[in-house]
Design a protein around this ligand. Structure first.
Ligand SMILES: CC(C)(COP(=O)(O)OP(=O)(O)OC[C@H]1O[C@@H](n2cnc3c(N)ncnc32)[C@H](O)[C@@H]1OP(=O)(O)O)[C@@H](O)C(=O)NCCC(=O)NCCS
Length: 156
């Protein structure tokens, strides 16, 4: 796989939601294994946010095979912060299927997020991830993100 064969196409709910649901199941296992994955709630949120900002959801494709293969998903949301009185970009979700990880494709997703929000005049980008997942933390730090918030959890 060469990174110059990676392309982004717009997500379409009807034809893509089952694939993205599979990705999300894997995503939850990696990042939040204690959390229960409710497929109905996930799909409801996916559909609602797609209807609100359809141009912010992208299926990642490897075009080196014919037909192109779906290999990941990028979900971007433009939000408003009442505290900053400004828009911010929520990098809601980045996901690659296992065999495409660790090969430079994650960086391309983060560049796409920069371009997307840049074209919308957004100045600040935000994202969150599991504290235990070093791949995503490394990727975000290498792409210029800094830690500004930490969430603590405790079991009683
Ligand atoms: C997180 C994820 C998107 C990273 O994408 P990726 O394609 O694997 O990352 P890249 O290959 O572009 O690597 C980017 C940088 O992160 C570092 N990195 C990537 N995976 C790493 C790992 N497992 N351990 C340490 N560093 C890692 C690389 O060293 C690289 O830096 P470099 O180019 O200077 O060497 C991908 O692993 C993934 O889809 N994981 C499952 C879904 C998920 O949990 N997503 C994020 C949660 S919010």
């Amino acid at each position: 796989m060469e990174t110059n064969k990676i392309r982004f196409r717009q997500f379409a709910y009807d034809s893509d939601h089952q694939t993205i649901c599979q990705y999300h199941r894997d995503h939850m296992k990696i990042n939040f294994p204690k959390d229960f994955f409710d497929e109905d709630i996930f799909l409801e949120t996916l559909k609602r946010e797609w209807q609100e900002e359809p141009e912010g959801m992208f299926v990642v494709q490897d075009t080196s095979s014919a037909p192109p293969r779906d290999v990941g998903f990028l979900w971007l949301n433009t939000k408003f912060s009442p505290h900053r009185k400004a828009k911010f970009g929520d990098v809601h979700y980045v996901h690659l299927i296992p065999e495409y990880r660790g090969r430079g494709v994650g960086r391309l997703l983060m560049q796409k997020a920069d371009e997307y929000f840049g074209s919308k005049g957004v100045k600040t980008l935000r994202l969150g991830t599991a504290a235990s997942y070093s791949a995503s933390i490394k990727l975000y730090e290498k792409c210029g993100y800094q830690r500004t918030r930490v969430i603590f959890e405790k079991e009683l």
